[in-house]
Design a protein around this ligand. Structure first.
Ligand code: ATP
Ligand code: SF4
Ligand code: MG
Length: 362
């Protein structure tokens, strides 16, 4: 494993992503298809997930969250970089080597309706992964019932089709299907975004209980920081294919360093309208740059009120502060002069990032 993957993300990582890039070709030409440019969907991302850890990944639409997950399970091929699951480099593994990893790494999708085959009853939907796992035929029915019970559904639900459930129940079936393979790591791609707020809380609580009881690890993708708050041990904030901040979860909410993280936090509504009115919010204006040939320097510069000259020319390195808190910003917020003096460049920084460490906010 490369040196950059682990040291500041904890030894013994279950999954280590090392300078991962996924670029999609943009084609043009009437007769001959030529690649004219590339969409930088995931652009030099390094992160890891420890055993029993939940890593939240947050960012607005199009920042590369789904592409990251799809590359991790090798549904799409990485352009460069490495992904290690335990000691196996997934990016270089053969189909045969990948088989056990595919079992241990399961996905839960945003839209449970679309991810469940509408023509199959739940009995069949669960029997497929159980048979793949090698469970004898005679045990499949009992195990299916146990799985449904585990996710809060009843045995009679086995005979129903997906459209005969509510959205929350369908997502529970998606989770049961993932559990059928006895995974170690579940990649959850916006698992509650399509659900009502009250149902969201129920599904998040279920995921939390399962993690505790089964010793699972999660990569939990959301576009909103309020969703991942209580389930994450650490949170990575992505913007236009890059990691902007990666921090222990509690600290991200009390001490956000990156202006983009601050803007995401300010976007979370407070239930009390009076409190809401008193808030001083960071309003993000300006256009999101195109992921096709993105700009030099900081990708957030066109929307950042703290941007200075260096921000538009030099990509900020991921800088490591106390408590394993990383931020890629030339002028981080909520940081004292002493904390800046003690900060170091993280080896997880993209290779295109500059060397210059941050200075106090402009
Ligand atoms: N197969 C593809 N070919 C070309 N571009 C793609 C492809 N898949 C995704 N993209 C582009 O890559 C970028 C990242 O897309 P992705 O779906 O990973 O974002 P996301 O963060 O999951 O967004 P959302 O929150 O809307 O689900 C987007 O600009 C998207 O248009
Ligand atoms: S590097 Fe500059 S432009 Fe980017 S977030 Fe920090 S202050 Fe803003
Ligand atoms: Mg997505």
């Amino acid at each position: 494993m490369s040196e950059s993957g682990l040291p500041e993300q904890g030894p013994g990582a279950l999954l280590a992503v090392d300078h991962l890039r996924v670029l999609f070709p943009v084609k043009a030409g009437l007769i001959i298809d030529r690649t004219v440019s590339r969409v930088h969907a995931v652009d030099d991302v390094s992160l890891s997930i420890g055993t029993g850890e939940t890593l939240g990944v947050v960012g607005e639409s199009g920042c590369g969250k789904t592409t990251l997950i799809r590359a991790l399970v090798r549904l799409i091929k990485a352009t460069s970089g490495q992904i290690h699951f335990r000691d196996l480099d997934i990016t270089a593994a053969s189909r045969r080597q990948l088989l056990p990893v595919r079992r241990e790494m399961q996905m839960v999708f945003q839209d449970p309706q679309a991810s469940l085959n509408p023509r199959k009853r739940i009995r069949q939907i669960l029997a497929t992964p159980l048979a793949l796992r090698g469970l004898p035929r005679a045990e499949i029915e009992a195990e299916s019932r146990r799985l449904l019970d585990r996710v809060g559904l009843r045995p009679e639900h086995l005979g129903r089709f997906p459209h005969e459930f509510s959205g929350g129940q369908r997502q529970r079936i998606g989770i049961a299907r993932a559990l059928a393979m006895q995974p170690k790591l579940i990649l959850l791609d916006e698992p509650v975004s399509a659900l009502d707020v009250s149902i969201q809380a129920q599904v998040i609580n279920l995921l939390d209980d399962l993690k505790e009881d089964l010793g699972l690890s999660y990569l939990f993708v959301a576009h909103d920081l309020s969703v991942v708050r209580h389930v994450s041990d650490r949170i990575a904030v992505m913007y236009l294919g890059k990691v902007m901040e990666l921090s222990p979860a509690a600290e991200l909410y009390t001490k956000p360093m990156h202006p983009y993280t601050q803007a995401l936090l300010d976007a979370i509504p407070i239930p009390d309208p009076a409190e809401n009115r008193k808030r001083v919010r960071t309003v993000v204006t300006g256009e999101v740059p195109s992921p096709i040939d993105p700009p030099d320097g900081c990708r957030f510069a066109s929307r950042c009120r703290h941007a200075s000259d260096i921000c538009r020319t030099v990509e900020p390195p991921l800088t490591r502060y106390a408590n394993g808190h990383l931020a890629a910003c030339h002028h981080p917020q909520n940081v004292s002069a002493a904390e800046l003096a003690a900060a170091v460049r993280s080896p997880l920084s993209p290779t295109s990032a500059g060397e210059q460490l941050p200075t106090l906010a402009a």
